[in-house]
Ligand binder design. Structure first.
Ligand SMILES: [Zn+2]
Length: 307
């Protein structure tokens, strides 16, 4: 029975739940809690899939055999198939994650070297000193644009802006943009994004992973916007996003417009919404474990001789 529940749960968490969550507007009021909820959906979906793979052979054995026959070869086959199915899921995810992590770090190191090489050194001081652990690089570019390249252990990350960013934004807006990028670097938002990218690559259908990846990417931007707002005010952050949106190519600035409008509408979640979202995240992982997995283990472990 546990395998049926866990398969059902995995399907719900892979389809309808992410579809609803991606369409909902309330998560943008509490981006940090909403990202945790997305992570809980993904973790619960993968756990349910692994759990259903583990439970299915035991369920078949129980269905097809008498209790006294559940020993010897049939039992060994059931346990072997369960272990194989579950380890295939875990190995696939870990394999993709490790490969992605290695490739990302190689590409990033090259990118850091490139921006260091191309930076207009004389402009790097134009913004004043940055928080320690971050280096500013100004690149030639006619379009206002900013991004960050995370460092690795013991090496500083880079905040990269174009010359047009310095020319277009007023000092407060520029400071808000830099605070936004520093928030990405300080909180290692790249690792959160990497997890969802790996999930998307490993299981294109789990947790509607394209929706999950895109929704989480936007929430991470909003979280970093909130850091910019806190330090330099709503007007500065919204003004900077306005400049970025108006110089974006047609159809490419939609996310930036959404973020700007969110700040202009002074969207801020209540503590109750944030707490409720965190509780939902915890419940997603804990409730199935307590109500499905533990009772199943209590039944299944004696079958394989564990008491
Ligand atoms: Zn950003």
């Amino acid at each position: 029975m546990a395998s049926v529940w866990l398969t059902g749960l995995a399907l719900v968490l892979a389809g309808p739940v992410p579809a609803l969550l991606a369409r909902a507007r309330w998560p943008r009021a509490v981006p940090r809690a909403a990202i945790v909820l997305w992570q809980a959906v993904a973790v619960a979906a993968v756990l349910a899939a692994v759990g259903s793979a583990l439970a299915a052979p035991e369920a078949l054995l129980t269905l097809l055999t008498h209790p006294q026959e559940r020993t010897g070869v049939p039992l060994v086959i059931a346990v072997g198939v369960a272990a194989l199915l579950a380890s295939l899921i875990v190995a696939r995810l870990l394999g993709v994650l490790v490969l992605l992590a290695v490739r990302t770090r190689v590409r990033r190191a090259r990118h850091r070297d490139m921006v260091d090489l191309l930076a207009r050194a004389e402009q790097n001081d134009a913004v004043g000193s940055l928080r320690s652990g971050t280096v500013l690089r100004v690149l030639d570019g006619a379009v206002p644009f900013a991004y960050c390249v995370p460092g690795r252990v013991g090496r500083e990350g880079r905040v990269v802006v174009t010359g047009a960013t310095l020319d277009t934004l007023c000092p407060d807006e520029l400071s808000a943009v830099i605070a936004h990028e520093q928030a990405h670097l300080a909180a290692r938002h790249d690792l959160v994004r990497e997890g969802f990218t790996a999930l998307h690559k490993a299981f294109p259908v789990v947790a509607r992973s394209r929706e999950a990846r895109d929704a989480v990417a936007l929430l991470l931007e909003m979280l970093a916007d909130d850091a910019g707002r806190r330090r330099h005010g709503d007007d500065a952050m919204a003004g900077a996003l306005d400049a970025f949106a108006s110089s974006a190519a047609p159809g490419e600035g939609d996310d930036v417009v959404q973020r700007r409008d969110r700040i202009r509408a002074h969207v801020r979640g209540t503590p109750a919404l944030a707490v409720g979202t965190y509780l939902a995240a915890v419940a997603l992982v804990v409730v199935p474990t307590v109500t499905i997995v533990i009772p199943w283990l209590v039944d299944a472990l004696p079958v394989v001789g564990v008491r």
